[in-house]
Ligand binder design. Structure first.
Ligand code: GLA
Length: 381
């Protein structure tokens, strides 16, 4: 057992002994439910805090399925909250750049909010210039999900379900969506997505957590070292819509096959970096077959924290927090300046419904959309 877990478990055992519980039971798997406030239309929302036996904590609200807090240990066993967000529901309701939220029905952009399916043109809500972004005006990040505790003896788990009506934000078909967050004993926040439909439709779900492994609000993320398991990426046009090309990362600032600081090449004179205002691009993961593959690994040198991302998806959006501008006052009054957080959003490629050469995002009745992503926090040395 690593030093961090050993210390944390020992501490938990002392606490449990103090509570008069049996020592052999070890640290407990826990799920705590607290009221988190009400939406503008009066729906009650809760905050669920999941704790694993090593002391990791994930707090998730059923408003938007938002990961509000995620506490992981540094090399000295010190826990810090490594995701950006707010202390109150009201702050989330005021609007924000998708902090921690479930994104759907379609993660990232669909050009001009239009696509054709079975010869019919669908018009989606346009909410990002002339394009559709992250599910539209009221995407899955802004709806109240039904919540159910599905914890086991090994791991706390929260199941969220939502039914998106036929025509919502312009999408065809009634979509039943289930998202399960599990905090595993292996220090993983695992997200299992599933969906079914009653008409042909398109689906591309993700989570939009912004990470800062030094702790939320603790400076920019340019010194984090990033590895992305991708030999190709999808270049974009000025509106951040993929051109359709799968371009080699070789010799470009998009080559993260070996770990490199996020900031090392971010200001290079590069057309793609200009379009993105930094990194805001989909990477084509190197994979053989389906199943979970290591998509990315991030190391924060000062704290020693490491995060690995595994996914069943073909792509990952690396976004370097370019649009953060200090206007969001986050948890504990921290101000989130430009590049104070990064996102690694596992996904099918942006604008796939208009790109026949990209993997399909079509879901048909009788089929099941399934996708798994794991954010793993391995023991740090
Ligand atoms: C995604 C997009 C970005 C931006 C952020 C939210 O990562 O690709 O362009 O919209 O979400 O601000």
């Amino acid at each position: 057992m690593n030093r961090v877990c050993g210390l944390t478990t020992a501490f938990a055992l002392v606490l449990l002994a103090g509570c008069g519980q049996k020592k052999e039971s070890g640290a407990k798997v826990q799920m705590k439910k607290q009221p988190f406030g009400k939406t503008a239309d009066g729906q009650a929302v809760d905050l669920y805090t999941l704790t694993n036996p090593n002391g990791l904590e994930a707090a998730i609200t059923n408003y938007g399925g938002i990961v509000v807090r995620l506490k992981t240990p540094d090399r000295n066993g010190q826990l810090a909250d490594v995701v950006l967000g707010f202390d109150t529901l009201d702050d989330y309701l005021k609007g924000h750049p998708y902090f921690g939220a479930i994104i759907g029905r379609y993660g990232n952009r669909i050009a001009k909010g239009r696509f054709q399916l079975n010869g019919v043109e669908y018009k989606l809500a346009v909410n990002n210039g002339e394009n559709h972004l992250h599910g539209g005006l009221k995407g899955f990040d802004k709806v109240v999900w039904n919540a159910r505790d599905v914890s086991t003896a090994e791991a706390p788990a929260l199941e969220l379900t939502y039914t998106s009506k036929d025509g919502e934000e312009g999408y065809p078909g009634t979509l039943h969506v289930t998202v399960v967050y599990t905090l595993t004993p292996a220090n993983e926040l695992k997200i299992d997505y599933a969906a079914t439909t009653d008409k042909d439709t398109i689906v591309n779900l993700t989570n939009h957590s912004y990470f800062n492994l030094a702790g939320q609000g603790e400076g920019d993320i340019l010194g984090h070292e990033l590895m992305i398991n991708a030999s190709r990426f999808t270049p974009v046009d000025a509106g951040l819509i993929p051109t359709g090309e799968l371009r080699s990362v070789e010799g470009t600032p998009f080559d993260f096959r070996k770990p490199v600081a996020i900031g090392a090449r971010i200001n290079q004179d590069d057309q793609q970096l200009k379009y993105g205002n930094g990194y805001d691009h989909n990477f084509v993961l190197d994979r053989t077959g389906d199943g979970l593959v290591l998509a990315a690994r991030v190391t924060e040198p000062k704290s020693g924290r490491v995060m690995e991302v595994y996914t069943t998806e073909p792509g990952i959006q690396f976004y370097s927090g370019n649009f953060l501008d200090g206007s969001n006052k986050g948890k504990g009054g921290k101000i989130y300046q430009r590049r104070y957080g990064f996102c690694l959003e596992t996904q099918h490629f942006p604008d796939s419904p208009n790109k026949p050469n990209f993997p399909s995002t079509v879901l048909r009745p009788g089929a099941k959309y399934q996708s798994t992503t794991v954010y793993r926090f391995p023991p740090v040395k």
